[in-house]
Design a protein around this ligand. Sequence first.
Ligand code: 6V0
Length: 314
Amino acid sequence: MINMRKAAIIGCGFVGATTAFSLMHQGLFTELVLIDTDQKKAEGEAMDLSHGRPYVDTARIYAGTYDDITDCSLIIITAGANQKPNETRLDLVHKNVAILKSIIPEITKRGCEGLLLIVSNPVDILTYAAFRLSGFPSSRVFGSGTVLDSARFRYLLSEHLKVDTESIHAFIIGEHGDSELAVWSGTNVAGIPIHDFCEFRGHYHHTEAMEAIYHRVKNSAYDIIDRKGATYYGIAMAVSHITESIIRNKNSILPISSLLTGQYGIRDLYLSIPTIVNRGGAQQPLEIPLSGQEHLALTKSAKTLKEVIASLDL
Ligand code: 6V0
């Protein structure tokens, strides 16, 4: 039996602990289990977080074991090495696939029926690995994908145009990584195509502005890691946002990493395209319109990921 108000976080480093903090504030769960190979770290985080319980409408939060997760509705995996300066996400692949191979059997052998949300990097490859290793249907296995990148994109556009992020409709799709792309052709502000809106706001150098914004989005993690060693607040809020869509059964359209089954001519690969998300997980990856150039960039992104997957023993 699944308990919709119970979730687990596996990996209690920067991202896991910050995600727990963010989820506590949302009040979606009555029970939150923290698991880490470093049991003392998980205990310390659970103790620290629990001391805030009088101030939030949440959750018993505790350091647990895999036996505690059998009835969880959602298992968030944030275990694994993070990027060091000058490392790409793809550099982490072998270390983190090995870690995933130790985690997934612990989940499957307990007959857990919850959803798996993968956050560890390289997230698209690890989500594919989790799908293959778990044998779960693809709707139950998905990654945080480019939800964070799309938030970064909307934030930068909102600063550029001086309008609320909520009025900006824009997606980053493809790999959560160096080959991701901005869907400029569909970007709009309150339904007004982006270039027209830019001109309303006095911006006319579209090519330069698009280049600059895209590069800031793509390099955000490098820029943050360079300054503070890791990124975690933004991703924690992105994970909470995805979680809310699941638990509140919202049918939100989010660019999570989901299994492509022929969309854009790509199949048997996880990458991010806008997908309907609800209580059942990743319901329907949507083939949104792309320009010819964007389609080409997506195909290239897919090729990069396929090459990495081909080098793995899954
Ligand atoms: P961290 O602070 O080093 O924490 C990793 C944690 O995982 C540590 O506490 C480890 O003890 C634990 N761990 C390692 N192996 C296992 C295991 N087998 N079972 C349980 N726990 C284990 O890293 P941080 O929290 O900064 O990053 C975690 C992962 O998230 C990395 O792969 C990052 O690259 C990735 N990120 C993903 C983002 C995204 O947008 N998808 C964004 C930021 C980071």
